[in-house]
Design a protein around this ligand. Structure first.
Ligand code: PMP
Length: 344
């Protein structure tokens, strides 16, 4: 097996990173800061934020039972996804493997970074076989993307198959757990020490109700996190986001209540969908959305738009013909959706 250092692109390995004013001085004792060309007025937003978000990371580490050095924070998990390509995949030479269908940004980031993307179709239950997936990997495969619960299918991937991939894949396994809070399946976070090439992605955008602040988390070995820190923009997470996230960490009761409510509402909405004349099949969900196969997804999508209700049309996505993806909203929002569909 290659080491993390060997998996890292040669130019990134030898890169001397930018050193910001706040990197070079981070002590708390000083009270006169004339090092970063900031404006002394308009406190506190006149100052650059902590480039490594150390206070916030300490608090997240305690919550997630990991070490602060195992956390990368970015402008959404999308930043971490892009940085993984830039750190580990040599453009035009190396490739990544991913389940299909899944979250669209893995493929877009591969395209932006000029890295071959190898999608491998899921089966009819939207599950994958580790062996079939790994057949598409070769010595140039640096990243392998799994998403559980998967978007847009909504289901958890089978744990045994994920473990088999972790045991056999020679590159880095990226497991996107953006929707794990809505699932009964345990997170793989606690497996980080056992699988040194595992990267777990989570986000403040879903269960935490904070899509607007743009805060994504990547959890991995200290060695992998150090590579991401080396190449990120110096002040990639702004002060307002760091502050607000810290406030949210004190509102865990609210988050737990939202998740519980959304899971209960998910079951209710899915049952109501199953009774609609236009429904062919409602797929099981472990997320805050579900996929539904309808008699005429495109017609129904356009009809709903006309009624001021926007869902996600997945008709053109592999294995999702005539499917819409429906996010669970508040009870009145869900009622409006169902009522509109009863009149379709
Ligand atoms: N992963 C998955 C599976 C997603 O569905 C999304 C957003 N839809 C993201 C990551 C991106 O999350 P963020 O807002 O943290 O960039």
């Amino acid at each position: 097996m290659k080491s993390i250092e060997q998996l890292t692109r040669a130019n990134i390995r030898s890169l001397k990173p930018y050193s910001s004013a706040r990197d070079e001085y981070s002590g708390l004792a000083a009270s006169v800061f004339l090092d970063a060309n900031e404006n002394p007025y308009n406190k506190p937003n006149n100052r650059y934020p902590d480039p490594l978000q150390q206070t916030l990371k300490k608090e997240i580490a305690a919550l997630k039972s990991v070490r602060p050095g195992q956390i990368f924070l970015g402008n959404g998990s999308d930043e971490a996804i892009d940085l993984l390509f830039r750190a580990f995949c040599q453009p035009q030479e190396e490739n990544v493997v991913a389940i299909e269908p899944t979250y669209g940004m893995y493929k877009v980031c591969a395209g932006i970074n000029d890295v071959e993307y190898r999608p491998v179709l899921l089966d009819e239950q939207y599950q994958f076989s580790a062996d079939a997936l790994l057949e598409h990997a070769d010595a140039q495969s640096k990243l392998l993307f799994l998403c559980s619960p998967n978007n847009p299918t909504g289901n958890d991937l089978r744990r045994e198959e994920i473990i088999r991939v972790l045991e056999r894949f020679e590159g880095l396994v990226v497991l996107d757990e953006a929707y794990n809070d809505f699932s009964d399946a345990p997170s793989f976070l606690l497996e980080l020490d056992r699988y040194p090439r595992l990267i777990v992605l989570q986000t403040f955008s879903k269960a935490w109700g904070c899509a607007a602040i743009r805060l994504g988390m990547a959890f991995a070995s200290e060695e992998i996190i150090a590579v991401l820190n080396k190449i990120k923009y110096p002040y990639n997470v702004n002060r307002l986001t760091q502050e607000y996230a810290r406030q949210m960490l004190h509102r865990r009761g609210d988050v737990e209540r939202w998740v519980k409510q959304l899971k209960a509402e998910r079951e209710e909405v899915m049952q109501r969908f199953a009774r609609l004349k236009c429904t062919v099949h409602v797929y099981p969900s472990d997320a805050n959305f579900f996929l539904v196969h309808l008699t005429d997804a495109v017609g129904i999508y356009n009809y709903l738009v006309g009624a001021g209700i926007i869902v996600r049309n997945r008709h053109h996505v592999a294995l999702c013909g005539n499917c819409l993806r429906v996010t669970i909203g508040t009870r009145p929002e869900n009622d409006r959706l169902i009522e509109a569909l009863q009149n379709w």
